[in-house]
Each structure stands twice: as structure tokens, then as C-alpha cells.
Design a protein around this ligand. Structure first.
Ligand code: FAD
Ligand code: NAI
Length: 457
């Protein structure tokens, strides 16, 4: 069977590539071994946000509703109902991807695909006992949770005591005590759910701060908020062992043990690059990720790699864009990946949304950078909706070109307006142009306007 394009993997990178290729009239087959939607729809972005939405509703009911004059009688979380809703949402969205494939004439094969090699110029991929031949191949095999060689982790995973995101998003019974290994995005988002709905959560993080590369002040504020909700943090603490009943970490040269019912392992994800036969086409892989250029081309002729498998930016929206760049390149349209204005969001309560550089990063890059820090209370809607809110926003500007180069905001709804800052950065809008923008009032996005007039450039 011959195709213009074979797509391997049906997550955000793969399904968008297939959809765009099909839409452009290319004969396309998408090979997915599990479910359309990949990690994002089935065990990542979407399910975690379904859970987080339930914890936000619960949070408002208790203890915060009273701050707004609303009193709820003994609210409780029905964990099986939360998980059932999560499954319903996944079903809706996965069905939507299936419909999009159909609408764009993409053939979907539900089987594991393996690269077999080339026959002439055609690339051959085996799946479900059949051989598919394509002029182009787009690899979009995603990533999986890193499992460190820490004693006890493998045994814990086998017994179900240790969970990755997969199991943590499927728990039907709320554990009483949970240890989260890794205070990065997955650890914090899932801690924001479990720690609010009634589970005692302790986070063990080996770095001196949580939330990885985000602004240090925002990270500290976020941690304070979590602690107010009863969560505990052990920073500069490295997990050295997992026992059958708890986690042992080392801090300041001493070992401590936290006894718990469940452990969430969230120490990073690694690209899936070594299980689909890349060696058959001599595709270069470095530090576990498929090497690509700015058009997502690998070193092998007509072979692309998009999304998490190339390790460039392990986010669903980056995967979408990479899928589009790959297809545009196949179609001969000029396009390339640019990474300087890709937003990242922590969907905690409050959310943290960032795009571009922090002041330190801008200075390290040699810029004459200046930043403006404002309390979110400068935005009327924020005050109306956040009693005792401690949210802040930081905007980083380049003095030389009078442009915005970074925005870092801790406030709910920041995920919805950070893209505006991304556009300003990507389009290199000058401060004069930014000052002419009209924002809806009242909205938390007005903080951008406040910053634009607060900075002198
Ligand atoms: P994936 O979504 O991993 O899809 C790859 C697909 O390829 C899988 O379906 C897999 O079954 C299939 N596959 C692999 N090998 C083969 C093979 N040989 N044959 C056939 N099929 C194969 N990102 C965000 O931007 N926002 C978020 O809020 C967010 N939340 C997340 C929460 C969690 C808990 C996790 C784990 C991740 C989250 N992410 C989030 C990251 C996001 O899920 C990934 O960046 C995104 O899914 C990457 O898309 P992808 O298409 O590259 O890979
Ligand atoms: P991460 O890289 O964000 O965080 C892992 C954390 O674990 C780091 O802070 C690291 O210092 C710590 N760590 C590593 N080894 C440790 C040890 N032995 N003991 C204690 N701490 C240790 O990785 P995470 O949270 O697993 O997420 C993986 C990826 O998934 C993210 O990088 C992101 O690309 C994606 N993601 C995105 C989300 C979003 O956009 N909202 C949400 C969830 C995941």
C-alpha cells in the first residue's frame, strides 16, 4: 500500500500532521498503537485538567467560598465520579480526533508501527502484519515517564505502590498520604489536585526550588500557597530509596523517611525514539532524542520527527506546531520552528503562565534588559475575584529595541492571555504599538497594559 505520507504516532504532533497532510490532498496513513490523542488526550494534558477543575470547585466550596460570602454545607469529593467524568471527556475528545481524521481522508491503523527500511525511494513501515510504503515519514512517537535507577522504584511500580501519571490519573480511591517525587510540572499539577481534595501530600524535590525554570519569586509564592493548603515540601532533597511503605530521601547528608500510601514518580519524561526501528534508516539520535533541524527534518531523506520524540519542547502545542512545520515543508511551503515565544503554563490554582525570557536569562543573553513587576491587584477583575490574592506579574523588556521579551504571570486566567504576550514577543512589537492595544475591561489581561505604561524605555 502506497502513501504520500506515513505518520507514526497519533498524539498531538502526529494527528495534527496527519490532519494537515490529508487536508492538503496528500494520501496519508496514521499508525497509532494505542489510542488517538496520545499522551495529551489520554493520560496527560486533558485528564489532569479535568481533575484540577474538580479540585478548584472543591477549593472554592471549602475553605474559600466563605471569603466571598458563599457557605457550602459539608462539600465532598466523589473520586469515582471525578474519574468517570475524566473518561467521558477523553472519549469526547478522542472521538473528535477520529472524526477529524475521517473528514480529512486520513486512514487510521490501530497497530504498533516499525520502520522496516527503504525499497527504492519509498520508506517502508510494518504495522499489524502489513507493509505500508510512503514517500515521506513523520515520526511522532512521543515520550514516556523517566524511571530512575533508584532502589525500590521498579518494585514499587510493579506492586502499584509507585505511580506515574498513568496510574495517578486513574485512581478510584483517594489515598490518605502521598509522596510526590519531583516538584516539576507533573508533580505540582497532580499535587494541586490530590493535596486539595483530602490527601496529605509531601513533595520531595532535589533542587532548591519547585517548578523548574520558572521565575524564582513566582516559584516561592506558589510554594507558599501550596503550604497554606497543607502540603509539605522537602527541597534540596534527593530520593535515594523507595521502601514498601514509604520514600527515603537524603538532605544535608542525613536520611529521612516519609511513610505513605502512594508515591507519584514525576522526575521528567524521556523521548520515545528507540523502539520504532529508527536504526533501519540510520536516523541520528542524541541523548535519547531524534535529531532534527528547524523544519523538523531528520538526517534521513524525507523523514521528519515532531513532538516529544525530538525532545526540543515537550509540550502539546509545540507538537502541534512541529506537525504543521513538517507538513508545510513537505508541501514546499517556507516554514520553520521558532521557540522563543512558546508559552508554558502550570495549571495549578492559581495558574502560572510564562512566555519568553526571565530578566536573568535576558541579561545572560547580553540584552540591556529591564523588568517591571506588578501586583495582580492592578487589574480590577483580579481584585473582584481574588480575596487576599497574592498574584504578581513580571514583564521583561529589551531597552535597545524597546520590545517585550518575557512575561511571567501568577494569576488565574493567565493561561488564556499569555498568548497575547507571545504574539508581542514573536512579532517584536515596540512598546509604542503595545501601548495602543485595547483590552477588555474588566479582565486580568489589563495587567499587560499596566506594565506597558509602568515601564520607561
Ligand atoms: P504523544 O502525545 O506522547 O503521542 C505519541 C503517540 O505515539 C502515542 O499515542 C503512542 O501510543 C504512539 N506510538 C509510539 N510509538 C509507536 C509506534 N511504534 N507505533 C504506533 N504508535 C506509536 N503539555 C501541554 O502542552 N500542556 C499540558 O497541560 C500538559 N499536561 C501534561 C500532563 C501530563 C500528566 C503529561 C504526562 C504530559 C503533559 N503535557 C502537557 C505534555 C504533552 O502531553 C506532550 O507534550 C504531548 O502529548 C506530546 O505529543 P506527541 O504527539 O509528541 O506525543
Ligand atoms: P519536570 O522536568 O518538569 O520536573 C521533574 C522534577 O523532578 C525536577 O524539578 C527535578 O529536579 C526533580 N527530580 C529529578 N530527580 C529527582 C530525585 N531523584 N529526587 C527528587 N527530585 C528529583 O518533569 P515532569 O514534572 O515529570 O514533567 C515532564 C514534562 O511533561 C514537562 O517537562 C513538560 O514538558 C510536560 N508537562 C507539561 C505540563 C504543562 O504544560 N502544564 C504539565 C505536565 C507535564
Amino acid at each position: 500500500m502506497s502513501y504520500d505520507v506515513i505518520v507514526l504516532g497519533g498524539g498531538p504532533g502526529g494527528y495534527i500532521a496527519a490532519e494537515r497532510a490529508g487536508h492538503a490532498g496528500l494520501k496519508t496513513v496514521l499508525i497509532e498503537k494505542r489510542a488517538l490523542g496520545g499522551t495529551c488526550l489520554n493520560e496527560g494534558c486533558i485528564p489532569s485538567k479535568v481533575l484540577l477543575n474538580s479540585s478548584k470547585i472543591y477549593h472554592y466550596a471549602t475553605p474559600y467560598g466563605a471569603l466571598y460570602g458563599v457557605h457550602a454545607q459539608a462539600p465532598s469529593v466523589d473520586q469515582p465520579a471525578v474519574i468517570a467524568r475524566k473518561r467521558k471527556v477523553i472519549h469526547t475528545l478522542v472521538s473528535g480526533v477520529g472524526a477529524a481524521m475521517k473528514a480529512n481522508h486520513v486512514e487510521v491503523v490501530n497497530a504498533e508501527g516499525t520502520i522496516l527500511g527503504r525499497s527504492g525511494t519509498a520508506i517502508q513501515v510494518g504495522a499489524g502484519g502489513k507493509t505500508y510504503e510512503g514517500t515521506y515519514l513523520i515520526i511522532a512517537t512521543g515520550s514516556k515517564a523517566s524511571v530512575p535507577p533508584i532502589p525500590g522504584v521498579k518494585e514499587g511500580l510493579a506492586s502499584g505502590f509507585v505511580m506515574t501519571n498513568l496510574e495517578a490519573l486513574e485512581l478510584e480511591a483517594l489515598p490518605k498520604r502521598m509522596v510526590v517525587i519531583g516538584g516539576g510540572v507533573i508533580g505540582l499539577e497532580l499535587a494541586a489536585y490530590y493535596g486539595v481534595v483530602g490527601c496529605a501530600v509531601e513533595v520531595v524535590e532535589m533542587l532548591p526550588k519547585i517548578a523548574g525554570p520558572i521565575d524564582g519569586e513566582i516559584s516561592a509564592l506558589l510554594q507558599k500557597g501550596y503550604e497554606k493548603d497543607g502540603m509539605k515540601f522537602h527541597l534540596n532533597a534527593k530520593v535515594v530509596r523507595v521502601d514498601a511503605d514509604g520514600v527515603v530521601y537524603e538532605k544535608d547528608g542525613r536520611e529521612e523517611k516519609i511513610v505513605c500510601e502512594k508515591v507519584l514518580l514525576a522526575i521528567g519524561r524521556r523521548p520515545v525514539a528507540d523502539t520504532c526501528g529508527v536504526e533501519k534508516l540510520n536516523i541520528a539520535v542524541e541523548r535519547g532524542a531524534i535529531c532534527v533541524d528547524e523544519c523538523c527534518r531528520t538526517n534521513a531523506v524525507n523523514v521528519f520527527a515532531v513532538g516529544d520524540c525530538n525532545g526540543k519542547s515537550m509540550l502539546a502545542h509545540s507538537a502541534y506546531r512541529m506537525g504543521e512545520v513538517a507538513v508545510n515543508t513537505i508541501l514546499g511551503r517556507k516554514d520553520r520552528m521558532r521557540y522563543k515565544a512558546i508559552p508554558s503554563v502550570l495549571y495549578t490554582n492559581p495558574e502560572v503562565a510564562c512566555v519568553g525570557m526571565t530578566e536573568e536569562q535576558a541579561k545572560e543573553a547580553g540584552m540591556d534588559a529591564v523588568s517591571v513587576k506588578l501586583p495582580m491587584a492592578y487589574a480590577g477583575r483580579y481584585v473582584a475575584e481574588n480575596e487576599n490574592g497574592v498574584g504578581i506579574a513580571k514583564f521583561v523588556f529589551d531597552r535597545k529595541y524597546r520590545t517585550l521579551v518575557g512575561a511571567h504571570v501568577m494569576s488565574n486566567y493567565s493561561s488564556e492571555f499569555i498568548v497575547a504576550c507571545g504574539i508581542m514577543i514573536e512579532q517584536e512589537m515596540t512598546i509604542d504599538a503595545i501601548r495602543e492595544i485595547v483590552y477588555p475591561h474588566p479582565s486580568v489581561s489589563e495587567i499587560i497594559r499596566e506594565a506597558a505604561f509602568a515601564v520607561s524605555l
